[in-house]
Each structure stands twice: as structure tokens, then as C-alpha cells.
Design a protein around this ligand. Structure first.
Ligand code: SF4
Length: 295
């Protein structure tokens, strides 16, 4: 899932895990996990899913661990909360998972504190924490944003490696299209709390349809821009209490029409497996063809 900062990506992830406090917040719609509706689930039931079937990797490895407990104690707490393992078995599983994420000398690191680790190492330990229970889905919320560029690629390489060996799905949240190109199979583009385009990664980069996606792709820094003004999308993502009527992107959209300011565009399917919410594609809907082909 990709979009600018402030467009609602992290709130969406937190809503999936039931981490948004209701009230004062409001979570509407439907979150369907393995045939189960998660909205309105009791906290007690959520605890059986959160961390066990869906786990999360957070943005800030440095602030996500408790500085007063060793890495081993914190991983053991996760194991005790979710797995029916005796302490020795759990420790063995933790050490194996630390090895899986390439932590050197995992037996020694088990007894060390977070301040004794680098940012990259802590992020890999957070990935281990997410993997320990063997979840069906991992939500990775900008897991490389707080890291140096060289460490970012190490962590991304690790996640790609896990993707091919780990028998589950990953929802990777980022504002960085370079990361999307490296890691994603399918991309959902979010703007102002709504998904505005869905496509395979190849299709999205080769034939973006939504004016916001095209703007994001144009805004990537390239060598040929040297000495010239960099292209950018004018304006800012609006706050939730300032959404315009109709299409939420209309105040920033170079293609906006009168209709865009009056009516919210529904989803159109101009190509098989490519979905866009934009009035420019009205009448190009191939969803019936797609449905007929059983997709
Ligand atoms: Fe632009 Fe209109 Fe499409 Fe919104 S619906 S992205 S304003 S053309």
C-alpha cells in the first residue's frame, strides 16, 4: 500500500489489528479476515488474532522495544502469550528465528538489551518477533523509513528472502515507490483515506491510470532533472475534517472536471485486474468481462 505521509496508511493497518481506540475514533466498513468480520470483535477475541494470525512490524525499531528488558525476555513474552511451548522449547524457537533473520551470535544477543543493538539489527529482531508465531499475514508499516539507506536495503533484502520462504502474505506499507517496485506483487494506492488505484506492480509502473498515481511516479527524483525544477504534486493531503466533496483529489488534480467536485468516483475496471476510482475512466469499465472470466 503506497501513498504520501498523512494519507491514512498506518491508521488502516492499525484498524486491521484493532489498535485504533473506538471511541473517540470511528472505524467503519468491513475488515474480513479468513471469513471473519473483525470490526466490532471483542478485545478478547482480537487477542487470539493479533500477534498470532496477523502480526505487525512497526516503523520505529528504536522505540518499539522496552529498554529495561533483554531481547530474549521480550521475545519470550510474545511466545508465552501465543504459543503452547515450555520455556526451553520457546527459547529454542526464538534462537532459530533470530538465526532466520541473520542475527549474528543469536544465543549471546538473546541476553542483551535493545541499546546494545544497531537500528538495523533491532529492525531484524522486530521482524523475528512478527515471525515467531507463524502468522498468516504480516503487516509491515514503513519498516525501513527510520533506517540509513544501506541498512534499508539489508532489511528489504531480508524481507524479500522471507517472502519467498514464508508461507503467508505480507501487507507492506510505504511512501516510497522504489521500495514498492522491489517488494510488491500487487499495489494499492491510497489517497486521503481511500484506495484510488489497484493493480499489479508491473501494470502500475508501466500504465498508471489515476492522476494521483501518475503524479507520484513523476515526482520520483531522476538524474535528468539535474539543474531543473523537480516535478511535484501541488498542494497537500487534506486532513480528515477537510475532505472536499466529490473526488478527494480534485483540489490537486490537473484533470479535474465539474463532475469531480460534485460526485465521488466509484471503482472502474478499465483492464482486467486494474481498478481505478476516477471519472476519467467512466464508460471504460470491463468488470463484467472480468467477472465472466471468473477473476
Ligand atoms: Fe482528477 Fe476527477 Fe479523476 Fe478525481 S475523479 S482524479 S479530480 S479526474
Amino acid at each position: 500500500m503506497v501513498g504520501e505521509s498523512g494519507c491514512g496508511k498506518s491508521v488502516t493497518a492499525q484498524s486491521i489489528l484493532g489498535l485504533v481506540k473506538v471511541p473517540p475514533a470511528m472505524v467503519e466498513g468491513s475488515i474480513n479476515f479468513a471469513g471473519k468480520e473483525l470490526i466490532g470483535l471483542l478485545e478478547e477475541e482480537y487477542r487470539k488474532i493479533r500477534g498470532m494470525k496477523i502480526s505487525m512490524i512497526f516503523q520505529e525499531p528504536m522505540s518499539s522495544f522496552d529498554p529495561l528488558y533483554t531481547i530474549g525476555q521480550q521475545l519470550m513474552e510474545v511466545s508465552k502469550a501465543h504459543l503452547p511451548l515450555k520455556e526451553e522449547e520457546a527459547k529454542k524457537r526464538i534462537i532459530e528465528t533470530l538465526k532466520l533473520v541473520h542475527i549474528p551470535e543469536p544465543e549471546k544477543r538473546y541476553n542483551e538489551y535493545p541499546h546494545e543493538m544497531s537500528g538495523g539489527m533491532l529492525q531484524r529482531i522486530m521482524i523475528a518477533m512478527a515471525l515467531i508465531t507463524g502468522p498468516e499475514i504480516i503487516i509491515a508499516d514503513e519498516p525501513t523509513t527510520a533506517l540509513d539507506v544501506t541498512i534499508q536495503s539489508q532489511v528489504l533484502n531480508l524481507m524479500q528472502e522471507l517472502q519467498s520462504s514464508y508461507n503467508g502474505s505480507m501487507l507492506f506499507i510505504t511512501h516510497d515507490l522504489g521500495t514498492v517496485a522491489e517488494i510488491a506483487d500487487r499495489v494499492h494506492v491510497m489517497y486521503a483515506g481511500k484506495i484510488v488505484e489497484k493493480a499489479s506492480v508491473v501494470e502500475l509502473f508501466e500504465s498508471p491510470l489515476h492522476p494521483y498515481t501518475s503524479g507520484l511516479l513523476r515526482s520520483r527524483v531522476k538524474r535528468e532533472y539535474k539543474g531543473k525544477d523537480l516535478p511535484y504534486i501541488k498542494g497537500y493531503v487534506p486532513r480528515a475534517d477537510q475532505f472536499s466533496t466529490g473526488c478527494r483529489f480534485s483540489p490537486r488534480c490537473p484533470n479535474a472536471m465539474v463532475k469531480c467536485q460534485e460526485m465521488t468516483p466509484p471503482e472502474f475496471h478499465p483492464n482486467q485486474n486494474h481498478i481505478v476510482s476516477c471519472w476519467l475512466f467512466e464508460g471504460s469499465d470491463k468488470s463484467e468481462d472480468t467477472n465472466n472470466q471468473g477473476s
